[in-house]
Design a protein around this ligand. Structure first.
Ligand code: GLA
Length: 583
């Protein structure tokens, strides 16, 4: 099936965008001046952060020698000069215990001279110092987390000269705080130190774009941990650029990113991908890097820098490909055409041209064509190959990349300099948030985040009419366990009402449980819980006071009656879930 994703040429939107762009520009030129209504930290990452992080290559096995060698290699390889600024120490830099005053300590065997020494070394190489922590009582590697030590840890990091904090979320479901509250605490204590520090939300993609990550942080994860193989790379890419994490109407998360705040599909595995064939491996590394660049993703290299091959170095430092990622307009690219494993992405740039990625995610050789119509152009246009740094000529109507092999791609710049091209149309607020007085059916809104099985709108999961107590219900969601989905911007609402039941077509013995949360799983703020329901349970109604809930998560989970383990076959419905706004 060939899908054409429509490009809007809406002048109204273009105008709004240009106004927004010029607004950002005036502040971006200065490191210190704020706009009236935006705090300074909104401009800590005007373009996607670039750097290197220790996790993908070393995991827990880091030490002073490896980190200093990485710093040296960032300089000698040309990575620093290509734009990679931050050198981030991930988990397992710390000692298993804080000192008597509660101050975090470096692991004495790994970092005998302490973290300030590492920071000084990183700075002496003209780089910035990044560090990892976790917002729970322990990190993902069971080392001391920051929970209960938020203020002292931010002050400690400032004293060590830290410039960037990756704040992870393992065990954060025990914090008793919403994710938005947690990250606001870190931002507050960071601000108190007076040191400019980027805050990176690491939470396996729990919807920071929905619950307000940009109020406190500069980037947020959109998915699970990336692995060094291409299925994982493409999967992570699709959490940000595809529909793995959001309703297909959004066409990826592009509308939730912009100068100052970025969707993070996770760190790069360029250089770590294992493949026998040198040519296919090179193509895969380029496909991965090009995809991250077109998606305006943070570029955190994760390979063994002192030992990287020239080919990998050339990919990571390709200036014209990086320029697309770092474009000051800060539009995240989005898909404009998909046919099976073949994809075309578009990223309109500040200078009036547009960045285009043609990508073959499959194994079969294929031609891929970008038509000017897909990218808002017409007539004759210049095309430049950004990997080869070579003009390909002037083309009328379209350009075709011929015989792209396994993981084959081309990164192009198309068009003339001039007025910025329009982007696609974002989903307007009234289609994904509660904007009006009275009743808003949740099934008239697009969910902005989801995990596991996507809900089916206004039908059961199997596509039948929703029937509750013998009556057909027009609105609602059909779910198959396990399902979780989130709606943004519900603070306008006063109440949430509706009914739940197992689906009439479900004849199994397993149990289903419906829950409604304020925000994400980590917040663990359950507003309503159906308890266990079987096919014989009568429908249950809910009527919840919302009291300023900025977003809502609906979940449906199955349990086997035999051993209490998860059951993935249970079918249930949220019938007529609706938000009521009184005035
Ligand atoms: C989580 C994060 C990873 C890494 C590890 C460290 O899994 O998502 O990026 O930081 O923790 O333990």
């Amino acid at each position: 099936m060939v899908t054409k994703i429509t490009e809007s040429t809406s002048l109204v939107f273009l105008l709004a965008f240009c106004i927004a762009l010029s607004g950002c520009k005036s502040t971006r030129h200065s490191n210190t001046v704020n706009t009236v209504d935006e705090p300074e930290y909104a401009f800590l990452a005007p373009t996607p952060p670039m750097g290197w992080n220790s996790w993908n290559v070393f995991a827990k096995d880091i030490n002073e020698a490896k980190i200093k060698a990485a710093a040296d290699a960032m300089v000698s390889s040309g990575m620093r000069d290509a734009g990679y600024q931050y050198l981030v120490l991930d988990d397992a830099w710390m000692a298993p215990k804080r000192d008597e005053q509660g101050v975090l300590q470096a692991d004495p065997a790994k970092f005998p001279k302490g973290m300030k020494d590492i920071g000084d070394y990183i700075h002496s190489r003209g780089l910035k110092f990044g560090i990892y922590e976790d917002r729970a009582y322990r990190t993902c590697q069971s080392l001391p987390g920051s929970f209960g030590h938020e203020q002292i840890d931010m002050a400690t990091f400032a004293a060590w000269g830290v410039d960037y904090i990756k704040m992870d979320s393992c065990s954060a479901e025990h914090n008793g705080r919403l994710s938005s509250e947690d990250y606001a605490i870190y931002r507050k204590y960071i601000e108190e130190t007076g040191r400019r520090m980027v805050l990176s939300i690491s939470d396996f993609g729990n919807g920071a774009w929905v619950w307000g990550g940009k109020e406190t942080s500069q980037l947020w994860r959109t998915g699970w941990d990336i692995q060094p193989w291409m299925d994982s790379v493409y999967n992570c890419g699709d959490t940000s650029g595809g529909s793995h994490r959001s309703h297909p109407a959004f066409n990826g998360l592009w509308q939730f990113a912009g100068p100052g705040y970025w969707n993070d599909p996770d760190m790069l595995q360029v250089g770590n991908i294992k493949m026998e064939d040198d040519k296919v491996r090179e193509a895969a590394n380029k496909a991965h890097f090009g995809l991250w660049c077109i998606l305006a993703a943070p570029l955190m290299a994760g390979n063994d820098l002192p030992n990287m091959t020239d080919t990998v170095r050339d990919i990571l430092t390709a200036p014209e490909v990086i320029a697309v990622n770092q474009d000051v307009r800060g539009v995240q690219g989005y898909k404009v055409w998909v046919d099976g494993k073949l994809e075309v992405y578009n990223k309109p740039l500040a200078d009036g041209t547009t960045g285009v990625l043609l990508l073959n995610k499959g194994r079969e050789e294929a031609d891929i064509t970008v038509t000017w119509e897909m990218i808002g152009l017409s007539g004759k246009q210049r095309v430049r190959d950004l990997w080869e740094r070579r003009d390909l000529g002037v083309f009328e109507g379209s350009f075709t990349a011929k015989a792209l092999g396994e993981h084959g791609s081309m990164m192009l710049k198309i068009g003339k300099k001039g007025k910025p091209l329009p982007t696609a149309a974002p989903v307007p607020p009234e289609q994904h948030t509660v904007t009006r007085e009275g009743v808003t059916s949740l099934s008239d809104l697009y969910y902005a985040w989801k995990n596991y099985n996507a809900p089916v709108y206004n039908r059961t999961f199997g596509g039948d009419l929703i029937v509750v107590d013998g009556e057909v219900v027009e609105k609602g969601f059909g779910c198959k366990s396990k399902a979780a989905f989130m709606f943004a911007g519900t603070e306008r609402g006063d109440r949430l009402m509706g009914t739940v039941a197992l689906d009439a077509s479900y004849h199994g013995e397993n149990e289903g449980r419906f829950r409604i949360f304020h925000e994400d799983y980590f917040g663990n703020r359950v507003l309503w819980d159906s308890g266990k329901m079987t096919k014989n349970s009568p429908p249950k109604e809910f009527d919840i006071e919302l009291d300023g809930c900025n977003c809502l998560m609906l979940t449906f989970e199955g349990r086997t009656t035999k051993d209490g383990k998860q059951a993935n076959d249970v079918l249930g419905v949220f019938a007529d879930p609706r938000v009521i706004a009184y005035d």
